[in-house]
Design a protein around this ligand. Sequence first.
Ligand SMILES: [Ca+2]
Length: 243
Amino acid sequence: MSGSRFSKSFLFALLLSLPALVFASDSAPPTADFSVLPFDPTVNDVVVLDANLSQASDAPIVLYEWDFNSDGTIDASSNQPQVRNFFDQSGTFDVTLFVNDNAGGRDSFTQNVDIASAAVIARRTFESSLDANQVLAGGSIFVTVNIQLNQDASGLGLTEVVPVGWRTRPVDDGNGIFKRSGDEMQWLWAQSFSAGQQVSVIYEISVPSITPRGAYAVEGAASSFSPDRFNLPVFSLAGIEVR
Ligand SMILES: [Ca+2]
């Protein structure tokens, strides 16, 4: 009687420990590692973080998670190893990558990414009812160009060019003067700016309904005449994706 009770509780204990035994069989977690391009990024650069250096062990890696400032909050996650990011200011960022395989294995790797400052930061962002840079053919998407001046500037100008046949409508000229020149949208500012000021313009793009699906580029440049002349592309993380 007592013997059968012993064997029952033994069996019960064995059953309880089975999941732990199965879990422990994932003895080799993946190894997280990533590279950074470009080698000496500035705040203007789209920084490509590439986790292809990571190694799977006995199970494929299925999820890459990125904490761009190692504050414990994941900023981007994907089943693809590459991610593109802008860093909002200069300085040294601790970037942490977590890789997860489909057997519950997980590893992390942190490295410093040094972001150099730039005299002018010109960025374009998109806003739509879908994911930020996505739009349906026949739909519209809003574009914001932000120019952060870390130097004095007079004769500030901005040009933007959208794909041929796409209609545009200025929404906020940021106290600049708007005009069209051929396919180009142009903004000019009569006033002078001092270091630390920024300018934002907003316009709307209407995508023709006959537009085939795919990725489309918007190109632009910010420029100034004095005291230090510059002519700088407007950077965006990605183009417009028509779905
Ligand atoms: Ca974070």
